[in-house]
Every structure is written in C-alpha cells, then in structure tokens.
Design a protein around this ligand. Structure first.
Ligand code: NDP
Ligand code: ZN
Length: 188
C-alpha cells in the first residue's frame, strides 16, 4: 500500500531539509520580481534552482550548507538582501559562503570580474562548489537561452572569463570541472 511505502521510506533528516526548503522559500520571495536576460524572460529563481539541481543530481553534493548557499547565491548581489538577514535566517556558516560568492557591487564591473579570478583560488571549498555550479549553469544558459542582445563575441568573452575563474578552483570537484570543460569545448 502507498501508505506503507511512505512510512517505511528512509526519511530525509528534518533539520537540513527545513533549512533547505526555507532557503528556497526565501530566495523565491527575494527574486520574485526578477527575470533572467533571455528572450522568454525566464523567472530568476529558475537559475538558483538550476545550481541546486546540478549540484545534487550531477555532482552528488549532499552538504546542506553548500546546497543552501547555492540557492541563496544571488540574493546579496541581485536583491536588497543583507548579510545580517542571511545570518539571522540561516546562520553564520551559510551566510559566509553566500558572501564569499558575492561581488562588491560598488566596484566597477571590470574590477569585479578581475577580482573573481584573483579570489577564486582562496575561497572555501563550499564557495568553490557554488561558484563552479554558477559558471556551469550560466554557460548552459548562454548556449541554450542566451541574453537577447548579446552578440557572439560577448558570449565568447564570457566563456573565456568563466574559464579563468574556474582554472583557479580546479580540484574542487573533478566531475563538475569535466562538465565545465565539455561546455568550453562546444565553443572551441
Ligand atoms: P554581465 O555580468 O552584465 O551579465 C552576465 C551575467 O548575467 C551572468 O553572469 C549571469 O549572472 C546573468 N544572466 C542573466 N541571464 C542570463 C542568461 N540568460 N544567460 C547567461 N547569464 C545570464 O555580462 P558581462 O560579464 O559580459 O559584462 C560585464 C561588463 O562589461 C558589463 O558592465 C557590460 O556592460 C560590459 N560589456 C561587456 C562586453 C563584452 O563583450 N564582454 C560588451 C559590452 C559591455 P548571475 O549568475 O549573477 O545571474
Ligand atoms: Zn548566479
């Protein structure tokens, strides 16, 4: 009977499950007015959820703090969320990973991009996984649902910049790095 199957299935531990679902709920609310840059204006939350999907299904990552940080990774950069808010809701461990993968928006764009390359080798293992997943998901988006107004040179420039960032975190997750390299091979 279906009921028996429900009661005998191995339960997901409640505490990390609650934190992960709360992170999804929080990010969904924070990004609710935002869209990606593709022609269909895909709801923004699809992107953090793609990182979660990638890390779990293709990367077999089960560390709750990494998965929560992946879901929350663009809240500081792209919404009004503060570090204190993340700390309050999710604690120091998760908040600090999100801060590690957030650019300082007060700096010029080119400087933000240069600093990502410079900082990548020195961030935590959790932050490396989130950063790697972010780059893979963005490259996949560029190949399938790119920003509407980007000429091919700009897409190519983004691929090469992402590659420089990922070169600084190699060794963090060989299987995901292989996926990244496969995407790079598609653009030559
Ligand atoms: P941006 O940083 O402006 O945009 C790329 C980011 O957009 C991605 O990292 C991703 O970030 C987000 N994004 C949203 N929707 C999509 C999608 N459908 N596909 C992929 N990514 C998406 O771009 P650049 O890095 O190219 O530009 C940096 C700066 O240089 C900007 O100031 C830009 O104006 C300027 N510039 C660059 C040119 C170039 O050739 N590189 C040409 C002209 C201007 P997230 O993960 O945070 O969502
Ligand atoms: Zn992102």
């Amino acid at each position: 009977m279906a009921e028996d199957r429900v009661t005998t299935a191995i339960p997901i531990p409640l505490e990390p499950l609650q934190t992960l679902v709360s992170a999804i709920h929080f990010a969904t609310d924070k990004h609710r007015q935002q869209r990606r840059k593709d022609a269909d204006e895909t709801p923004y939350i699809n992107h953090p959820l793609s990182l979660l999907h990638l890390l779990v299904t293709e990367g077999s990552v089960t560390d709750p703090a990494t998965l929560c940080a992946a879901v929350l990774h663009d809240t500081i950069e792209d919404t009004e969320t503060t570090e204190a808010e993340l700390y309050h809701h999710f604690g120091q461990e998760i908040a600090s990973v999100v801060m590690e993968v957030s650019d300082d928006k007060n700096l010029p764009k080119t400087e933000q991009k240069r600093l990502q390359i410079e900082h990548a080798p020195h961030i935590s293992e959790r932050a490396k996984l989130v950063k790697l997943a972010d780059k893979i998901c963005n490259l996949r988006d560029l190949l399938t649902t790119p920003p509407v107004d980007w000429p091919s040179e700009r897409k190519l420039a983004y691929f090469h910049w992402a590659s420089e960032v990922v070169d600084g975190i190699r060794g963090a997750h060989p299987k995901l790095e292989e996926l990244f390299d496969g995407l790079m091979a598609e653009v030559g």
